[in-house]
Ligand binder design. Structure first.
Ligand SMILES: [Fe+2]
Ligand SMILES: [Fe+2]
Length: 266
């Protein structure tokens, strides 16, 4: 795991995975170094990953007070149950739906849950974290985070992009990918991750960016992109094209078999 500060108060725990045919997808979790420290998402659940050990390089997991799961997909919940054990005072911030989905894997004790809907806030003493619904999402439990003291927005899957190299997936600024390549990769990800976007009314979709525009973030940190440190307006424009972008159709069985034949020795 590659860790770095994306802001004075935010550490990125950066991992990535190769998606065949698409590229290298960053998989980020975050620590917000608030008066009551918060982990946002908990990485991949692959057997060779140890999220709590990676977090230990940043801070003592026992000091974590909140584990904000932006949504309970497997690339966000990898370390959640191990972290609940390592951080006995921490509670999982999620929605009613999110708690239900996570409880299908292992029961989440009610006294370890804090239910928060978009628009509601968590008071941490030195700051307030406010939940918001990102414009694009792939899970009904998705809630992003606005840190009102730093202006940092954590957007969950939204703004993500599979990048051409592992090096770019570990970059500390999304701008490293180059504006044109980044735009194409973000649009591709939008259609892969949120295929419903082709059915939305474009005006209502555009209106869904308003909470983000009103918050006017200093940085946008996506789970699936290096940090966006510049003016995000261009990326709003990119995602606004998603309803009209080509729908993604994944490889079918014939394509998979053709791919496997290529891998086989003659
Ligand atoms: Fe997801
Ligand atoms: Fe994700």
């Amino acid at each position: 795991m590659h860790t770095y500060r994306a802001h004075r108060d935010v550490t990125v725990l950066n991992d990535h995975m190769e998606v065949p045919g698409l590229g290298f997808l960053p998989v980020n979790a975050f620590v917000i170094h608030a008066a009551e420290p918060v982990v946002v998402d908990t990485g991949l659940g692959l057997p060779d990953r140890d999220f709590v050990a990676s977090l230990s390089e940043v801070m003592d997991p026992a000091d974590i007070r909140w584990i904000w799961i932006t949504h309970p997909d497997r690339d966000h919940t990898g370390g959640v149950f191990a972290l609940l054990e390592a951080a006995p005072r921490a509670r999982v911030v999620t929605t009613f739906t999110g708690a239900g989905i996570m409880s299908l894997e292992r029961p989440l004790p009610f006294d370890r849950i804090y239910l928060l809907n978009p628009g509601q806030s968590l008071e941490l003493g030195d700051r307030q974290l406010t939940g918001f619904r990102p414009p694009l999402f792939d899970n009904p439990a998705t809630v992003g985070v606005f840190d009102t003291s730093t202006g940092v927005a954590l957007s969950s899957d939204c703004f993500g992009a599979p990048l051409p190299t592992a090096e770019l997936a570990t970059a500390v600024d999304a701008a490293a990918a180059g504006a044109d390549d980044l735009r194409a990769a973000q649009l591709l990800w939008a259609t892969v991750d949120s295929p419903w976007v082709h059915q939305v009314d474009p005006a209502r979709f555009a209106a869904s960016f308003q909470p983000l525009r009103d918050f006017d973030p200093t940085r946008i940190l996506s789970t699936h992109l290096p940090p966006i440190t510049g003016d995000p307006a261009r990326m709003y424009d990119t995602l606004l094209e998603a309803p009209q972008a080509d729908p993604f159709v994944g490889p079918d069985q014939a394509a998979l078999e053709a791919m496997l034949r290529e891998f086989q020795p003659a």
